[in-house]
Design a protein around this ligand. Sequence first.
Ligand SMILES: NC(=O)c1ccc[n+]([C@@H]2O[C@H](COP(=O)([O-])OP(=O)(O)OC[C@H]3O[C@@H](n4cnc5c(N)ncnc54)[C@H](O)[C@@H]3O)[C@@H](O)[C@H]2O)c1
Length: 274
Amino acid sequence: MRLHDKTVVITGAARGIGRACAVRAAEEGADLVLIDIADDLPEIPYPLGCADQLELTAQLCRKNGASVLVAAADVRSQAAVRPAIEAAVDRFGRIDALINNAGVGAPAGKAAHDFTEQEWQVVLDVNLSGPWRLIKAVAPVMVAQRSGSIVNVSSTAGLVGYRHFAAYVASKHGVVGLTKAAALDYAPMRIRVNALCPGPVHDDPAVDGQMTAVVADALGISYEEQQAVYLESVATDSLVDPVDVAEAAIWLAGDESRKVTGTVITVDAGFSAR
Ligand SMILES: NC(=O)c1ccc[n+]([C@@H]2O[C@H](COP(=O)([O-])OP(=O)(O)OC[C@H]3O[C@@H](n4cnc5c(N)ncnc54)[C@H](O)[C@@H]3O)[C@@H](O)[C@H]2O)c1
């Protein structure tokens, strides 16, 4: 039980990697604060997580014995996020880890100059400013405790470019920068901050994964074509599963990684070894 007696906040918890992290954290004994927008956004060209998916994640965690607080909140708004964190402190008394996972993969599919101002803004606002807002809400709690672990989910797109994904790539590089700067800010208070860079993740139906389909759609190619591109890009014969990312997030969240801060861990099936 590597997260026994710990309270873990996870954003983007309705499905995908966020759900995988939540279920693994529950299995490791954590109590959970599950945050998701649980609604669509007009600027995002695919359905986001919904309330039923968020509730399903919560149920799966409760089955493992976790106490769970669920909050529908948009990480683009400090006013939306703050009450969720206040409620978490009221309920659990502390916050031991934050997994900053909420993110959007599109708008994309065009050269950098073809993004509209609004398309550019929404991707940066969710993917980069969102994690900063959660840090802003959670860090005072962790500073008072003089302990905590923050895991920012970036991407291999935080390390290299992907053609026609300028906003996403810029946001995920920003997450790596935020991670390093925050790690230095909070090290004296014993709060660790690390980034996780997943490579292409298999669309696992167990967590309602759909990012390969989203990316294929953004690029105007079929799911099968996108899958083949991804498989060609990794060194192994299969893509990363959401639970592989969750395993790394759990390790970073817990005490086993107590001397690890300001680092970037790839879980990318060898993508970045080339
Ligand atoms: N799937 C991949 O191949 C892959 C690879 C590398 C990195 N990532 C990153 O992993 C994270 C999770 O991706 P995923 O594949 O599970 O995606 P997903 O779309 O399945 O899940 C993302 C969740 O974030 C939520 N969300 C989106 N915008 C939000 C907002 N404004 N406020 C609150 N919640 C919001 C969605 O509702 C959804 O439930 C993202 O940050 C993504 O960029 C994914």
